[in-house]
Write a protein of this length. Structure first.
Length: 341
């Protein structure tokens, strides 16, 4: 079984992605052209904090100096420490932390505008197809301005990765790529053949060894946060300094994990409902089994978590659930997660 490993603040991730809908039979992007145009938009990030030091990657997303990266790249310095941004021309600046979101593993930094840094244009990850060539730009293992190529090998992956504060982050509808993703690529740029940002490389897979260790380096399976989602989160971080996520007001586990429910249909077994919360207002109760959300079969908690990250408080979600073997339908109006959740 493959084990996911966050490409932590050691270096950068290199990879490739393509936006738009070019001919998917193309063998590869013109990586030389993409690199010459887009490397000035990609930075190396060095952090120093009480818990240690590290490095990662990022990209300039606004002309006023805003830079997008992963939360785990800068987490060591988030509560006291220094964050240094090194541009492709070798110039460096101290950066301030605009905001970070542990749940989605994204963060935004800010430096003064730098003449040698270009803004990386946004692409549309929703237009990606499996098999499209892509290019990854970043600083794997601290090696700035590195370039790797590959293809989009799959779309719509749900990938849970470790996060700080004893939590986990969920990469929602992650892009899978065979472009090399190594420690330090985190927070870098996955771009299409037009050099537009379609993903933020965040995690790579490793294969356990018989001795209990795991392989090091890329094994050809890496994951990036889709640009459409990253843009929404970064805009909110820039505007408010934090991100507000929605809540169902409910605690669930898969029915397969509940003793005595093995014969029940696959779904989520309700083990707790917040009094007067969104689920309670919709009529759900403990021991109900949720089988569908918005018409989609639901069998794992990551599906529920993904909805809390992609929907806004006040949005409605249709729910189908079983109670005593009888099917019921309802509608949940999502609430707001408490601050710090």
């Amino acid at each position: 079984m493959a084990v996911l490993l966050v490409t932590a603040a050691l270096g950068f991730v290199v990879g490739a992605i393509v936006t738009g809908r070019p001919d998917v039979t193309s063998v590869a992007c013109d990586a030389r052209s993409v690199a010459s145009r887009r490397l000035p938009s990609v930075v190396t990030i060095q952090v120093r904090g009480a818990s240690g030091t590290g490095s990662g990657s990022g990209e300039v997303i606004r002309p006023d100096g805003h830079i997008l990266t992963n939360n785990h790249v800068i987490a060591a310095a988030a509560n006291g420490g220094t964050i240094t941004v090194v541009f492709s021309d070798g110039a460096s600046q101290q950066a301030s932390l605009v905001g970070r979101d542990v749940a989605t593993d994204l963060a935004v930094l800010k430096t003064a505008p730098h003449d040698g840094a270009d803004v990386l244009p946004w692409g549309e990850s929703s237009k990606l197809d499996a098999g499209q060539p892509v290019v990854a730009l970043g600083a794997p293992l601290g090696l700035s301005s590195s370039v790797t190529t590959g293809v989009v090998s799959a779309l719509g992956r749900s990938v849970t990765v470790p996060a700080d504060e004893g939590r986990t982050a969920l990469l929602v509808s992650a892009i899978q790529t065979d472009a090399a993703i190594n420690p330090g690529n985190s927070g870098g740029a996955l771009v299409d053949c037009d050099g537009k940002l379609v993903g933020v490389p965040t995690a790579g897979a490793t294969v356990p060894n018989p001795d209990g260790g795991s392989t090091s380096g890329s094994i050809g399976i890496g994951f990036a946060i889709p640009s459409d989602f990253a843009r929404t989160i970064s805009d909110e971080l820039i505007e408010h300094g934090s991100v507000t996520h929605s809540s169902f007001g409910i605690q669930v586990v898969p029915t397969s994990a509940v003793t005595g429910a093995e014969s029940s249909p696959a779904g989520l077994f309700v083990i707790g409902v917040v009094p007067r919360g969104p689920a309670a207002a919709a009529g759900l109760a403990e021991q109900d089994i949720i089988t569908e959300l918005d018409g989609t079969r639901i069998t794992n908690t990551e599906q529920l978590q993904a909805l809390t990250l992609t929907r806004r408080p006040g949005d409605t979600v249709k729910v189908t659930y079983l109670r005593g073997g009888t099917e019921h339908d309802g509608e949940i109006t999502l609430g707001r997660q408490p601050s710090g959740s």
